[in-house]
Design a protein around this ligand. Structure first.
Ligand code: HEM
Length: 450
């Protein structure tokens, strides 16, 4: 009797709590494969995970079912499907962390903002900040790049090899602060780093819904995040230029609430420096691995440098897995039936490395983009249009900071290669990040004067 009771209880626990994690909902499409739920917990980096569990299935079906962030999702890589999703914005509607995982520390940090909002709210936020992002003041980048080189030189007095992350983050913050936000963000570097370390805890990134429960460490993290947001909002409020000035004017005249003001202020700072930082790190990584490419960039400059950047975006897309859209009605994607209320995301690395669309997809070959400026930029535009390079998304919701990011990244590479030869430090274990954004982890580089 007792045995039967235990068995019954165990079955209830399995059906209620474990079943929904192990098996996708019955309403999910049957004609695409399921990635075993445990792969996110194996601690593999994203390249290993892609090669071992995703590549074959994505190349064959263009989409898979995957467990991520406390739910089952559909992850898409086929360019044709991506274009369809980007075109049908009202069916595959943005539904960011503030809706998906509302009580999480991450959602507390970034809230409801221009990247994650849909419809009228998105239009409102865009109206306030788009101009400052699309038409930034690019002048300060030159001085910031000189300052970066000085800091690098100082750091290198301690020895020829250094961990580059911190210096680059400071550089990236300086640029977005001076050019887009309209405030000096560099004194906030340490605080921003600390807040990031509180948010990105691997267990809670995989199971964010656990943060609904009163876990002391997460309650503390949320309080710290809230305090930082208020502090940051006050710091940039009196700015007289850039997005900060527009945001605080919108707050004063009642166009934005205090929360909307903070949500959007934070996201511009976060996306505006983190995303270019990822790309700069990956650029240094591919260049450090290949001295011939360094030499060619030095000799030819642009347009070859542009081809190197595009090739890096293809193989190491800064934002790899983005799952922030939810179907507003049942719909068909190619031959896949998707019910209403399902989260659909895209997988940039899968698209960029898909052998159906890229020849020698696993080879880093900047030459594939062409040899003249016209050819390279035409191929880049075509890849974006066809959905074969979605690193900056596409169509109506495409990244507003693309031009700025590409400009600063190219200036940065030219400055570094103009002074140094770089290589990977022998003691650094080559590894890219395990989830979400892509960049080499804690990379150490060796610099030698030219
Ligand atoms: C290498 C650097 C960058 C990459 C790879 C990148 C990538 C992306 C991607 C993939 C999206 C679409 C996200 C989604 O599907 O939800 C996006 C949107 C966006 N990005 Fe970027 N981004 C970069 C730099 C920047 C910078 C510097 C800013 C400046 C603040 C910025 C501001 C935005 C905004 C405002 C949107 C939302 C646009 C909209 O929905 O209207 N990004 N970005």
């Amino acid at each position: 009797m007792v045995f039967l009771l235990i068995l019954a209880l165990l079955s209830i626990v399995i059906i209620t709590f474990i079943g929904p994690i192990v098996v996708p909902p019955f309403s999910f499409p049957r004609n695409i494969p399921t990635i075993p739920f445990y792969v996110s917990f194996l601690g593999l980096d994203q390249l290993q995970l892609y090669e071992k569990y995703l590549r074959e299935k994505l190349e064959k079906y263009g989409a898979v079912k995957i467990y991520f962030a406390s739910r089952w999702n559909i992850l898409v890589s086929k360019p044709e499907y991506l274009v369809h999703i980007f075109k049908n914005e009202d069916i595959f509607a943005k539904s960011g962390n503030h809706i998906k995982i509302p009580k999480s520390v991450l959602a507390t940090y970034t809230g409801d903002n221009i990247i994650s909002a849909h419809g009228d709210l998105w239009r409102l936020y865009r109206d306030v900040v788009a101009q400052s992002i699309q038409f930034p003041d690019l002048v300060p980048i030159e001085k910031n790049t000189r300052d970066f080189l000085k800091s690098l030189e100082k750091e290198l007095q301690k020895g020829p090899s250094i961990f580059v992350n911190d210096l680059l983050q400071l550089y990236s913050l300086a640029n977005v602060g001076d050019c887009i936000v309209g405030a000096n963000l560099t004194p906030m570097h340490q605080k921003i780093k600390y807040i990031k370390s509180q948010i990105f805890k691997p267990f809670f990134m995989n199971f964010p819904s656990v943060e609904m429960f009163p876990i002391p460490s997460r309650i503390k993290a949320k309080k710290e995040v809230e305090a930082f947001r208020s502090w940051y909002g006050e710091k940039i409020k009196n700015s007289t230029r850039g997005a900060a000035a527009n945001l605080s004017a919108a707050l004063s005249n009642g166009k934005l609430t205090q929360k909307q003001y903070l949500d959007n202020s934070i996201i511009l700072m976060v996306a505006g420096h983190e995303n270019p930082l990822l790309l700069m790190l990956s650029l240094l990584y591919v260049l450090a691995k290949n001295s011939c490419i360094q030499e060619k960039v030095r000799k030819e400059g642009d347009p070859y440098l542009s081809a190197v950047v595009y090739e890096t975006l293809r193989m190491y897309p800064p934002l790899n897995q983005i799952i922030n859209r939810c179907t507003t009605q049942a719909t068909i994607l190619g031959n896949i039936y998707i019910p209403k209320g399902v989260y659909v995301g895209y997988y940039n690395m899968g698209t960029g490395r898909d052998a159906n669309f890229w020849e020698s997809a696993n080879e880093f070959k900047p030459e594939r983009w062409g040899s003249t400026s016209e050819e390279i930029s035409a191929n880049y535009s075509k890849a974006k249009r066809m959905g074969t390079l979605p690193a900056f998304h596409g169509r109506k919701r495409a990244c507003l900071g693309e031009k700025f990011a590409l400009y600063e990244c190219k200036m940065f590479v030219q400055a570094v290669l103009g002074k140094y030869k770089i290589s990977l430090d022998d003691t650094w274990k080559e590894r890219i990040t395990p989830a979400g954004p892509i960049c080499p982890v804690n990379m150490k580089l060796r610099f030698s004067n030219l």
